[in-house]
Design a protein around this ligand. Structure first.
Ligand SMILES: *Cc1c(COP(=O)(O)O)cnc(C)c1O
Length: 434
């Protein structure tokens, strides 16, 4: 299967091309030329996660990977569970934070790293690759851990200085080796803009073999399709076929990669009734769906900081899927949840016996607003509560334990360099160490 540039449709590349390039010409996003369809979904749902994921992903990647290679990659990448936990009779959370960096981004980053490793081995390891990525927290950790120690791949991660929690920062700035980190004196959108500028710089791109591991990378999105199938499979196993009629996913959204993956799953035939895209105060999308006007405001800092994005970079894919009829036009609604509601919801969930964190709370609250009692609402648990220890503890007034992954890095030294938002500074840095 080919992937084509949504902005410049004549640019068509294979899966490996799309993964290695990240972005197409004119900053266009790659999109699969067709969406595989499964006529026997129930048979697919009955498979174990790894085997099912191979079936789901193979049509997308068959030009570059054999089924056996894909099985190896998926087995290694998805070596931790995605788990449905009931919250109440008609609400459940899909816990996606049982990977090495305790956030859902482990699924996509681990899959991407292993795909690149396979392509690089095929090409004889002789081409330089630099992964340049911007993070508002969790991407950095997931990408750093997924690529740490992989030969011939240099990883440079930028993040907004002082705008992520100390523990989050420690999770990706203390590894060293092939992982370099830059604290940028700006916000996440500034970091994202620097990545885009780098991709526009042809000479730089060539010189360092530039690639982005951001959620614009198609490999990350494809990996994320698999846990929507897994969630529905678990509900099907627990409740039978009747459960498949009215499932609504509420997705805590920042760059809208997670939502895009969900829409892919729906377009492939997975029975999902509809989606709610839940945002914090950075509400460009809910305003857009209401008014038809795309008018991003300044990014504001919230406690669900991984969603502090006012210009979500995956939106063109979502828009395309809605407009082209790949999914029903009205299958996405969007709700913005403010800080006070978020905090009250963390408390409300704790009263129901579930310790949560702000991102999942935003998604749960959006379900309360937007889903009916007849609908079965699944909200995505995108991060472990301990990753947002300070805010969860101050909200609940009780200490929460630190899992081993976080405890281990808490005492390590931050190795980041600091930089301005000037593109030239970044450019010089990248070339000097290449
Ligand atoms: C990245 C992230 C999100 C937002 O996901 P997108 O795919 O960018 O919409 C939500 N929650 C957490 C904890 C994250 O790390």
């Amino acid at each position: 299967m080919k992937f084509y540039n949504l902005k410049e449709n004549d640019e068509q590349v294979s899966f490996s091309g799309a993964v290695k390039q990240g972005l197409g010409r004119n900053q266009g996003l790659f999109f699969p030329e067709n969406i595989p369809q499964f006529d026997n979904i129930e048979k697919l749902l009955a498979l174990p996660m790894v085997e099912r994921s191979v079936e789901v992903l193979y049509p997308f990647v068959s030009e570059d990977l054999t089924k056996a290679q894909l099985l190896d990659i998926v087995t290694d990448a998805f070596n931790f569970p995605a788990q449905i936990q009931p919250i109440s009779e008609n609400r459940a959370i899909l816990e996606l934070f049982h990977g090495p960096t305790l956030a859902f981004k482990d699924f996509g980053a681990r899959f991407m790293a292993r795909c690149l490793q396979a392509f690089s081995a095929k090409e004889g390891n002789n081409k330089k690759i630099t992964i340049l990525t911007a993070t508002s927290g969790d991407t950095g950790a997931a990408v750093a851990h997924a690529f740490h120690g992989i030969d011939n791949i240099r990883v440079v991660i930028m993040y907004p200085k002082g705008k992520i929690s100390l523990l989050q920062e420690k999770m990706f700035t203390t590894l060293g080796g092939n992982i370099e980190t830059i604290a940028v004196d700006g916000d996440f959108d500034d970091c994202q803009a620097l990545v885009k500028q780098s991709f526009d710089d042809k000479a730089l791109k060539e010189a360092i073999g530039l690639n982005s591991a951001n959620s614009i990378n198609i490999s990350r999105l494809l990996a994320q399709i698999c846990y929507y199938f897994e969630a529905v499979a678990q509900l099907y196993r627990q409740k039978g076929a009747a459960a498949l009629d009215n499932i609504v996913f509420s997705v805590p959204s920042g760059n809208f990669g997670n939502l895009t993956a969900g829409l892919f799953a729906k377009a492939m035939g997975l029975p999902i009734k509809r989606f709610i895209a839940a945002t914090n105060a950075n509400d460009t999308v809910p305003r857009y769906l209401k008014t038809g006007e795309w008018s991003p405001n300044e990014t504001v800092a919230t406690m669900s900081n991984a969603m502090d994005v006012s210009n979500p970079n995956n939106w063109p894919r979502v828009e395309f899927m809605l407009k082209s009829g790949l999914v029903e036009k009205d299958c996405v609604s969007s709700v913005s949840i403010d800080e006070e509601q978020t905090q009250m919801t963390v408390i409300g969930l704790a009263k129901l016996g579930y310790i949560s964190e702000p991102h999942a709370a935003v998604a749960y609250k959006a379900l309360q607003y937007n889903a009916t009692d007849e609908e079965f609402g699944v909200f995505l648990g995108t991060a472990h509560p301990a990753k947002f220890k300070e805010v969860v503890e101050s909200t609940l007034g009780q200490p929460i334990g630190l899992p081993k992954e976080l405890a281990d890095c808490a005492s390590e030294t931050i190795l980041s360099v600091e930089q301005s938002t000037e593109f030239n500074d970044l450019r010089q840095y990248l070339l000097a160490k290449a």
